[in-house]
Design a protein around this ligand. Sequence first.
Ligand SMILES: [Zn+2]
Length: 255
Amino acid sequence: MKISKIFLYDEPSVPELKITRLGKFIEDTFGIKVKIRKNIFSIANDSDAKQIAACRIFNTKKPFETHVPTNDEIDFEKSTFGDSGKNENIIMYDGFEFQEIINNSVANNESDFDQFHIVFTNKLTCTYDEDDFRYHGRAIICSNPTIISTTGIIEAPAKPREYYFELISKMSQGLNVDSMKKKYQGTYLEYHDKRLSTIAEGYIMQAIFYYLTGEPFCDTLECRLNNPHWQKDLLYSQIKVGKLCEKHKKILENL
Ligand SMILES: [Zn+2]
């Protein structure tokens, strides 16, 4: 598979992504021309709103079932098309259904195999896992278009175990959790974290490796293609290591 052009769609409510910088990162790393686009939903219509509302997840322990959306839910989606900052509460969407809707809204004259689309969104994409029979948040849905969820980057890799234990015990004691959040600050990504642009580079690399080689992920933490379980591993691979392992470096050179 060859890519002649990459379309990179911004998520304007997350300016920390620095989309122009990410476009340059792709051109420098892969030598592929990039076209920066506004939010993918700036071209969405009423039918897209209905379809997106229909792929909401309500029961995280059951495989996907199409939801019959209410008018309020459809109106909410429409309002986020103009202002994605309205996605305040976290709503779970089935990632594969979501990807299919985005795929259908990509212009026909831009859907050749050598035209690759990477879409940032703050909507939370999730997939049902047959191993533990429940939905999990996902930072990335690899396909063309690839979806990268900024909310997924923050919510899908888990915070330290101690964080959850302490959160539960503090909440049951009725204590303010702010002091605890301070204690763990820096060990996980927060909304509007300044490190998001660098972290996003790693997910972009995974998307492009997926399309060019069929293999987006790497097992070692010493590689930006690592798909982490934990926030600390995400920060380690993308910030501390910040490069590909030897094996993937070679694959990149030969692309
Ligand atoms: Zn690797």
